[in-house]
Design a protein around this ligand. Sequence first.
Ligand SMILES: [Zn+2]
Length: 101
Amino acid sequence: MSILKCPFCSSHSQNIGFSLSFRGIHRYVFCGCGASGPVAKGKSEAISAWNSRMQVFFYDPETINSPGERKRTKAYIESLTQDGFTVVTIPCHSNEQEPTK
Ligand SMILES: [Zn+2]
């Protein structure tokens, strides 16, 4: 599993650190800019914990009523995808823009 780039500085040079406590050695991903991921049991868990931070949630553009908002959301999702984010879309149930009777 590869480590996604840092959401704060866009760097790809992350390292795996470890912390020692009474529960044993735990690992985490950290970046040169000071960002660090959640502490996990093993290296792969630490990486997936770091990567899951890269998930962003958006309303599914197809379910957004407002054409302008839909267009903006689509463009935003596209640029975030290019930046290495994992975009998760959820259906928009808001009726604020165009109330349906
Ligand atoms: Zn960073």
